[in-house]
Design a binder for this molecule. Structure first.
Ligand code: GAL
Length: 391
């Protein structure tokens, strides 16, 4: 197993954009260039979103005779030119492959050709690899298959963030770091729904949160290695300004309250934040949400703690996350009516030993002081988030 993989990468959760949630298998080179331009024009790059990742379907149906991956006809200028385009905009470039014979959409992938493909990625100027779990595994277990790519990446002369996407099936939080991974999916695919229909593909936002609450994975999480609850669905769906593309994973738009909660929870989890929307039609609401500085500071806090639930019941939830200074506390209303949700600093991850605290509302910026009791009025499906600092 690899030991010399670049450990200094991903000291905070990676931020960027990925083609899958909005473009699925219809992605083209033009879409990627437009996304890179839009990251700059919308101010998202300035806010910290730096990776531009091409997901599944960028490759041609056949490899070359040596087994190298070839870009499809939808990427006519090739991957090195596309990487240059992205780099010229001050951004980093990512590609996708799979730890099997084929990708999830049936394109050639990297099992047993890890070194060959890692060399290609390095030559092209790739900075980030999302590595999926589809195709024939040829009887090999997940740790073995993911270690093979980790070793190949450690052997090339380029630093590449290694994003393990095996959907949490084999407890990757227990071995992801050891195989050189910088992040690993903890859960199944997130669709643009609050709750998914159990008979349909994927999980809704609330389903992922239930799963993250029951999985006891926060200990594995921190600088250089992150639990990944999947990419953001903010900005997807007709009401939020979706393009004419028909992504397979978009079921219906999340409401504004649901989108705010989605973002607030992902920041509280210190999740990798990969925007999954068509940035050329992003609404002002979604752009403002994705660039909320107070929330992003919680996500990117240098301690790298994952927020965990303090209490959850049918109507309300309180979660908290220790920060370098104080803690963030999230109050979520699961019910259909507005509620006053209360907790006390002592029942959260706020550092103990004080009887005066400064509180700041992360949505409004309003500040006040408290002896430790915290009460927020929260609308249905909304989440209040406060930053609490001992005085
Ligand atoms: C899934 C993965 C998605 C997306 C898709 C592409 O396995 O979880 O995020 O990459 O494959 O086919």
């Amino acid at each position: 197993m690899t030991n010399d993989h670049p450990r200094h990468l991903a000291q905070t959760p990676p931020l960027g954009w990925n083609s899958w949630n909005a473009f699925s298998c219809k992605v083209t080179e033009a879409d990627i260039r437009a996304a890179a331009d839009a990251l700059v024009d919308t101010g998202l790059r300035e806010a910290g979103y730096e990776y531009v990742v091409v997901d599944d379907c960028w490759m041609a149906g056949e490899t070359d005779s040596a087994g190298r991956l070839k870009p499809s006809a939808d990427f006519p200028n090739g991957m090195a030119a596309l990487a240059d385009y992205v780099h010229d905009r001050g951004l980093k470039f990512g590609l996708y492959s799979s730890a099997g014979s084929h990708t999830c959409q049936g394109y050639p992938a990297s099992l047993d050709r890890e070194e060959l493909h890692a060399e290609q990625f390095a030559e092209w100027g790739v900075d980030y690899l999302k590595y999926d779990n589809c195709g024939d595994h040829r009887g090999r277990d997940a740790v073995d298959r993911y270690a093979a790519m980790g070793d190949a990446l450690a052997g090339i002369d380029r630093e590449i963030v290694y994003s393990i996407c095996e959907w949490g099936e084999n407890r990757p939080w227990e071995w992801g770091r050891n195989v050189g991974g910088h992040l690993w999916r903890a859960t199944d695919d997130l669709v643009a729904k609050w709750r998914a229909d159990p008979d349909e593909f994927g999980l809704g936002v609330a389903d992922v949160l239930d799963r993250m609450a029951e999985l006891d994975v926060a200990a594995a999480h921190g600088p250089g290695g992150w639990n990944d609850p999947d990419m953001l669905q903010i900005g997807n769906g007709p009401a939020s300004g979706q393009s004419e593309h028909e992504p397979v994973h978009v079921q219906r738009p999340l409401t504004k309250a649901e989108r705010r909660s989605h973002f607030a929870f992902w920041c509280l989890l210190a999740a990798p934040l990969m925007i999954g929307a068509d940035l050329t039609s992003l609404s002002a609401f979604d752009r403002d949400l994705l660039t909320n500085e107070r929330l992003l500071a919680i996500d990117q806090d240098p301690l790298g703690m994952q927020g965990t639930p303090d209490r959850r019941d049918d109507d309300e939830e309180v979660w908290s996350k220790r920060l370098q200074e104080g803690a963030a506390v999230l109050f979520h209303n699961r019910s259909d009516d507005a509620r006053e949700i209360s907790t006390h600093a002592a029942d959260t991850d706020v550092p103990a030993g004080s009887d005066r605290y400064r509180v700041q509302d992360c949505w409004t910026g309003n500040e006040w002081e408290t002896d430790g009791s915290l009460t927020m009025t929260v609308k249905p499906r909304e989440s209040a988030v406060v930053h609490v600092t001992p005085r």
